[in-house]
Ligand binder design. Structure first.
Ligand code: IPD
Ligand code: CA
Ligand code: CA
Length: 256
């Protein structure tokens, strides 16, 4: 039941995103200069919440635009109604819906749907990761120098040692490809699918990574913070890899 509701919510919200793509929707700004939110983010969020509430009216919800709807429940749905909003607002079809479900503080299920590529990613704790019903696995690359990486940058630049540009520069100077797709949830799913060998980012929110990090783990990869500690979506740093390059990637990030 939980699984069906999760899949239905991600699929229907993705379809809505696709239908309304390039339809002349309203675009507003949040905090930063280009931290955008569109009418479709709100519409997608509303639809997802209606579908969840219909089946599970007493579950806790954390969703990017509405924030927390606290309930005394062991279940918590963590929702990003559009991940990749800047892409979406500019007509770039690299964006998705991302929904994760926590049970007693542990991520147990996640779904990420990119309707533009018709790619539906799903993972369940202990039951593997799937792309359109096919089992997926991380890559087997075993060194950073020959890896294909992906990252993202925050809306407000973080001027700190080993900040986003310093780390990015380290790879680019050595000719290591680092892509920037603009959707952390897709970045994570593409690590799970073996397209990227590793992903790192300095500042994410729980809704960006909740579903995607379970996908990577269930595809056989490893996800930590920048210190190599077990990942919690409630802190900002993330490193997600195929496992084999993980320790080496941490050294590159920390300049060790
Ligand atoms: C953003 C995307 C982007 C990442 C940003 C996120 P949004 O989410 O995931 O890839 O670099 O940090 O905020 O705003 O499009 O939902
Ligand atoms: Ca996001
Ligand atoms: Ca979003």
């Amino acid at each position: 039941m939980l699984k069906n509701t999760l899949k239905k919510a991600a699929r229907e919200a993705g379809q809505l995103m696709k239908e309304r793509f390039n339809s002349g929707f309203r675009i507003d700004n949040k905090d930063g200069v280009n931290d955008l939110v569109t009418e479709v983010d709100h519409a997608s969020e509303k639809l997802i919440m209606e579908i969840i509430r219909n089946e599970f009216p007493d579950h806790f919800i954390l969703s990017e635009e509405v924030g927390e709807i606290k309930m005394d429940s062991a279940y918590k749905w963590i929702i990003d109604p559009i991940d990749g909003t800047v892409n979406y607002a500019n007509g770039i079809p690299i964006c998705c819906v991302s929904i994760g479900i926590e049970h007693e503080g542990k991520m147990i299920m996640g779904a990420v749907f990119n309707p533009f590529m018709d790619e539906f990613f799903f993972a369940e704790k202990g039951a593997g990761a799937y792309l359109n019903e096919q089992r997926i696995r991380v890559s087997d690359k075993d060194n950073v120098s020959h890896s294909c990486l992906v990252t993202g940058f925050p809306y407000t630049y973080l001027d700190l040692p080993n900040g986003p540009l310093e780390v990015f520069g380290r790879f680019i100077r050595k000719g290591i490809p680092v892509r920037r797709l603009g959707s952390a949830a897709i970045d994570l799913c593409w690590v799970a699918a073996g397209r990227f060998d590793g992903f790192y980012e300095h500042k994410l929110n729980a809704w960006d990574s909740a579903a995607g990090f379970l996908l990577v783990e269930e595809a056989g990869g490893r996800v930590t913070d920048f210190e190599g500690n077990y990942y919690s979506p409630y802190q900002p740093h993330i490193v997600a890899t195929n496992g084999k390059i993980h320790e080496e990637l941490l050294k590159w990030i920390n300049n060790k």
